[in-house]
Design a protein around this ligand. Structure first.
Ligand SMILES: Cc1cc2nc3c(=O)[nH]c(=O)nc-3n(C[C@H](O)[C@H](O)[C@H](O)COP(=O)(O)O)c2cc1C
Length: 217
């Protein structure tokens, strides 16, 4: 049993990534690529894989939704929301670094963004939590702790109903749920090219300045 993909081969020919067309800092290119993905109707182009590694030295990765990306001065900041007691939350408490990965197959593009991670200011987490639909707010409460074992679907649904009755219309943000801010110190852009001669451009922070380099495919 199994599936053999060894003969599956796509040639990537949609675009190129050439120094003369990009800037010395990474944000404008990321902005352009996200907008290209939206225009291409990639479903949830702001979904990213986030890799963390706690003190057990075992990397783990999962998808989350990037809720905001901003350029502040020379910094590129990514925001995502989750449960602070989840596996990723525990990893980040032990080792506050992560790498986020976007893969937009339709554009033959990948972006990797790594850096230090810190909890978002509580007021910002409150504001985002309050903007969510009530059902999502209740689901955040049900998931305590996220990634903990539950005996059945029914237990979750009963808890949801109980919490809904308890809170009424105003569901407060749980202290165990909120945002993280990733402060990028390395961003790699990958554009697939024919013959596996892909374009890869890395921006790295060195002495607080972005340095741009081409790296081998
Ligand atoms: C498309 C998609 C979007 C997701 N977005 C989030 C998110 O924004 N925040 C979150 O905590 N989990 C999100 N999840 C669930 C996570 O992938 C994961 O199951 C959960 O956060 C628990 O991960 P952990 O146990 O590694 O901490 C998403 C999953 C998918 C497939």
């Amino acid at each position: 049993m199994g599936i053999d993909f060894s003969a599956s081969r796509l040639s990537y020919e949609k675009d190129e990534l050439i120094e003369k067309n990009i800037g010395n800092t990474p944000y404008p290119l990321f902005d352009r690529w996200i907008k290209d993905a939206l225009a291409e109707q990639v479903k949830e182009p702001y979904a990213m894989s986030v890799a963390t590694c706690g003190s057990d030295n075992r990397p783990s990765v999962r998808t989350v939704l990037m809720r905001e990306v901003v350029e502040r001065g020379d910094e590129v900041l990514l925001v995502f929301y989750t449960n602070y007691d989840s596996d990723k939350g525990q990893d980040l408490a032990q080792n506050p670094h992560a790498e986020c990965l976007f893969f937009w197959a339709d554009l033959e593009r990948q972006v990797r963004i790594s850096g230090a991670v810190q909890k978002l200011d509580e007021e910002l987490s409150d504001a985002y939590f309050n903007s969510r639909p009530k059902d999502s707010q209740l689901a955040a409460w049900v998931s305590r702790p996220q990634s903990g074992v539950v005996d059945s679907r029914e237990t979750m649904e009963n808890d949801f109903v109980k919490l809904s009755a308890k809170f009424g219309e105003n569901v407060p943000r749980p202290a165990f749920w909120g945002g993280y801010l990733l402060i990028a110190d390395k961003i790699e852009f990958w554009q697939g090219r024919a013959n596996r001669m892909h374009d890869r451009i890395v921006y790295k922070k060195e002495n607080d300045k972005w340095v741009r380099e081409r790296i081998l495919p």
